[in-house]
Design a protein around this ligand. Structure first.
Ligand code: ATP
Ligand code: MG
Length: 415
């Protein structure tokens, strides 16, 4: 990719009504475009980041046997009536719409009912379970406040997975397997050390707790109590003496922090499957209830979290496996330097290194500033002076560390 061809441009200012740091930075760097509060479009650089996050999530869900599907955004009302959720006052952030003939529809905010409905065409025997299906899809929620950029969208990208099991024991095994996959996802995203499995309210269907995955941050909307030694936390909403004891924790070992919910996994028991009349037949031919779990990850929220938490005063700082490109190449100087920059651009590309080449006719200072704002992990500079010594300058975005390398050292370092 050549910066001269990239249709987005960096800007010194973000929209006046944008108060969230993640969105301000992402807009200034040209990653996202604000349509309205809580609704953002992804430009080429932003989409590459989002795709990199999706890839990690997808790989880990596939590793635990998840089968990817794509459900629909338009949802029929009748299946939600069967679970008493269509008119449930607690589901107060639902966008609903109507067909021309007046038939009411839901606009997807979650997918338990539609998933059970779809699965019911195929599932009828104990031999069919366990299995897990998931999708990575835009969800729509009529959030009251959407002032946190990608952290709280009215349209946002979520990974939601659903498991179907023959009994509680099988469910527990699947559930813990998926929780283990969640840790891998957050580790690979560079959030592992600041993300805690957090006991939280289980929802209306189960007396059990759900597990939230909370990333520690001052901008978090949730208050949690962290036990650093045990690496778990409790959400304030269930922080009672009774629950603390039940979880084998101690009030005095918990430190109060702010967290951003980057994932949430639930035990759904047999609530949805029973209500939608989905059962299976066991070895004896007896009809049995099906135990479900559901597992969300806030994909676009995570992009906002990483943008917000890792940034410095110069701009975004992407971890290597999420960055839109690995190298930002800058050519400075006369014809010979530009020729060498062109050559190293082609060579890096042919080595499979993702490189964005700032070939614009602008001041070096602007190229450096943009490379920092955009947050590409490595900047490589070719200039007349460096060329005289047959060297390249490599600057690491995160540490700011500068090294002067020969051609072979540079390739060895980036390969
Ligand atoms: P919150 O409490 O933050 O409103 P939630 O508990 O309603 O979220 P879930 O239904 O558990 O959200 O959704 C699964 C995941 O999707 C959440 O853990 C979060 O990471 C993400 N998510 C939920 N709502 C939003 C939103 N409005 N914008 C971006 N991501 C969201
Ligand atoms: Mg939640």
């Amino acid at each position: 990719m050549r910066v001269s061809k990239l249709f987005t441009k960096t800007s010194k200012t973000a929209p006046a009504d944008e108060v969230a740091k993640n969105a301000q930075l992402l807009i200034k760097a040209g990653f996202i475009h604000k349509e309205m509060a809580g609704v953002y479009a992804y430009m080429p650089l932003g989409l590459r980041v989002l795709e990199n996050i999706k890839k990690i999530v997808r790989e880990e869900m596939n590793n635990v046997g998840g089968q990817e599907i794509m459900m629909t955004t338009l949802q029929p009302k009748d299946i939600w009536e069967k679970t008493d959720r269509w008119d449930d006052a607690k589901v107060d952030n639902w966008f609903k719409t109507k067909l021309v003939n007046g038939t009411e529809l839901g606009v997807g905010l979650t997918h338990e009912e539609p998933i059970v409905d779809a699965v019911s065409n195929y599932l009828n025997s104990y031999k069919d379970m366990p299995f897990a299906v998931y999708q990575i899809q835009n969800k729509f929620r009529n959030e009251l406040r959407a002032k946190s950029g990608l952290l709280r969208g009215r349209e946002f990208l979520m990974k939601d997975m659903y498991t179907f099991c023959r009994d509680q024991q099988q469910h527990e095994q699947e559930y813990e397997k998926i929780v283990a996959a969640y840790y891998k996802v957050y580790d690979r995203l560079g959030l592992g050390s600041i993300t805690y499995r957090t006991y939280a309210d289980g929802g209306i269907f189960t007396p059990r707790f759900s597990d939230e995955f909370q990333t520690i941050s001052e901008v978090g909307e949730d208050t949690i109590y962290v036990d650093e030694a045990k690496r778990v936390a409790i959400n304030e909403e269930i922080f009672t003496d009774e629950n603390i004891a039940k979880l084998g924790l101690k009030r005095e070992e918990l430190v109060q922090k702010k967290g951003i919910e980057v994932g949430n996994t639930f035990h759904l028991e047999t609530k949805y499957t029973d209500a939608l009349d989905l059962y299976y037949y066991d070895e004896k031919g007896d009809r049995q209830s099906i135990v479900m779990g559901c597992y969300g990850i806030g994909v676009s929220r995570i992009m906002g979290v990483i943008a917000e938490l890792f940034a410095d005063d110069k701009g975004l700082v992407w971890p290597e496996n999420i960055a839109p490109f690995r190298v930002y190449l800058v050519g400075i100087g006369g014809e010979a330097a530009i020729k060498q920059a062109n050559d190293i651009y082609e060579e890096l590309k042919s080595n499979g290194i993702e490189v964005i080449y700032d070939d614009r006719d602008v001041r070096p200072g602007q190229k450096f500033a943009d490379s920092e704002l955009i947050g590409i992990p490595y900047r490589v500079t070719v200039s007349d002076r460096l060329m005289a010594d047959n060297t390249y300058e490599l600057v690491e975005r995160k540490s700011g560390e500068k090294t002067i390398l020969t051609h072979d050292q540079l390739l060895a370092k980036l390969n």
